[in-house]
Write a protein that binds this ligand. Sequence first.
Ligand SMILES: Nc1nc2c(ncn2[C@@H]2O[C@H](COP(=O)(O)OP(=O)(O)OP(=O)(O)O)[C@@H](O)[C@H]2O)c(=O)[nH]1
Ligand SMILES: [Mg+2]
Length: 267
Amino acid sequence: MGGKSSQPVSPPPLLEDNWRTIQWGCKENYLPFVKDYQPHNTELLELRILLHGPAGSGKSSFINSVDSLLQGRITGRALVDAVSHDSFTTEYKTYKIQKGEPGTFYPFAFTDIMGLEKDTNKGVGVEDIKLAMRGHIKDGYKFNTLSTISEDDCHYNNNPTLNNKVHVLVCVVPANTIHLLSDETVKKMRDVRLAARDKEIPQLAILTKIDEACPEVKRDLRNVYKSKSLKKKSNCSNLDGGIQHVTGYSTELHLSCEELPLRDHHR
Ligand SMILES: Nc1nc2c(ncn2[C@@H]2O[C@H](COP(=O)(O)OP(=O)(O)OP(=O)(O)O)[C@@H](O)[C@H]2O)c(=O)[nH]1
Ligand SMILES: [Mg+2]
């Protein structure tokens, strides 16, 4: 009695060992796969990778990072908001990545769309994303938050080919605010993922803003796969089921390019 009460010792935020193996500083080991990648289906000119997720989650930033990495310089083609709030990207836009000579491109492209928002009449509509996945939306379409694209819109593609369809769906989730996602937003994400599952479109998820989610990672990005909190978040407990692969990046991390989450799913 009367002695000093000992302060509770908080558990260390980092695990001893990485929960996922990564070779740092070895991009030369990974880049040849990306550089030599060719779709197995010869009718496919390019693999279309569609990014979806909450507004401000880092979709456009991710595209810029991959583009910068492969170009070997900062490109910043997909416009990014200086501060994340309501949907910044408003158009359906596909980014091809130049490979070598001007006019030559990698056989994959990223399609950037408007972000999902909590309210019914804000952000991209789930029906528009479903139509985009089936190849019905042409580049340049400006999303209307109040209504789905109509069949007589000049950006509506009535006869989508294999090349217009989405081949890989990427769900971009912000690690720092994943626990704050509203039920409405989570439901919209789930609806998109279920539609992709029904179409047998391979899916993966990317955790962004990991630097904002874990101070140890902000201090040193190489702590990413030791971070207990990120390990927990990567299980995406509020994004139940359906995601086949979860990986974690921040803008800084993919700029420093340790690997690319491209898998040859489309055969
Ligand atoms: N700290 C940190 N900030 C990031 C990261 N990724 C993106 N951001 C910032 O988050 C903000 C939103 O990024 P965007 O790439 O515009 O997000 P978006 O998903 O395209 O947003 P919408 O187009 O509005 O749907 C910008 O200020 C980015 O600089 C990250 O990994 N870490
Ligand atoms: Mg954007």
